[in-house]
Ligand binder design. Sequence first.
Ligand code: NAP
Length: 280
Amino acid sequence: MEGKVVVITGATSGIGQVAAEKLAGLGARLVLVARDKARGEATLARLAAIAPGVAHSIHYADLSRVAQMKQVAAEIAAAEPRLDVLINNAGALFGSRQVTEDGLELTFATNHLSYFVLTDGLRQRLLASAPSRAINTSSDAHGRARLDFDDLQSARDYGGFKVYGRSKLCNILFTRELARRLAGTGVTANCLHPGFVDTRFGDHSGGAFSYVIRLAKPFAISPEKGAQTLVYLASSPEAENVSGQYFYKCRPAAPSPAAQDDAAARRLWLESARLAGVEP
Ligand SMILES: NC(=O)c1ccc[n+]([C@@H]2O[C@H](COP(=O)([O-])OP(=O)(O)OC[C@H]3O[C@@H](n4cnc5c(N)ncnc54)[C@H](OP(=O)(O)O)[C@@H]3O)[C@@H](O)[C@H]2O)c1
């Protein structure tokens, strides 16, 4: 990864943080997108300690807000003429339904639309830097999820885990459509399930989920293990020509039938572009 530039979201904690550290250890220069100054500076300091002399950098954005998704993508595109790997990894689960000032349900905005908008804003940089890679952190929580295009904001039917699962289904459908659109350009798009990982995930979800996750965490794998597939997809020569796949334990795996629905993937793309106000 010597000399390569990696943009990553959600690297102030958990899986993303370990992945950023590993990639810095392999020689990459990291460009972080974070919302919290103290955690952002702490992550940057750890990266500096791993790779002194490499100019890792950070941009701040609340990735639940459309204007900030666009702004941070524009800032990075202006600052970084080349981009070898984009890792969309930030995510959360919310026990109760919340709506952003954009009128979007918070899980959908944070976990799916931020991936879509950031990738859209950095697409030209990825294309110009090919061979390059886009990687989206999904989850096996997508397994039972179904998308209702008449209620993408889950206004009629909200459950924290259910809506989280839908957002992770969106990650896979988005990856498939992105890979289809990028075919032949040298830019690959893949997604992954990291495993059940002991991170800060769920700690602030509220409601029953935080309680259940606290009970389950002793059975979770370490963030080091959880970051392995992400690091593999970002750095492995083996993964260089693979695109449109869902990975688990560094191998392609079959996602749910709903996650293999190419018509739904196309429709989600168009709907996401409309909601975000970007060219489809
Ligand atoms: N842990 C698991 O078992 C598991 C399993 C499957 C998939 N995943 C997925 O793995 C990814 C990483 O999760 P994790 O387990 O590492 O959880 P985590 O420790 O809670 O880390 C989540 C990261 O996302 C960032 N983030 C959340 N909302 C944001 C927002 N609005 N704007 C900017 N950044 C935001 C957090 O920033 P702050 O530091 O500011 O909070 C943090 O850096 C997520 O996409 C999650 O869905 C996790």
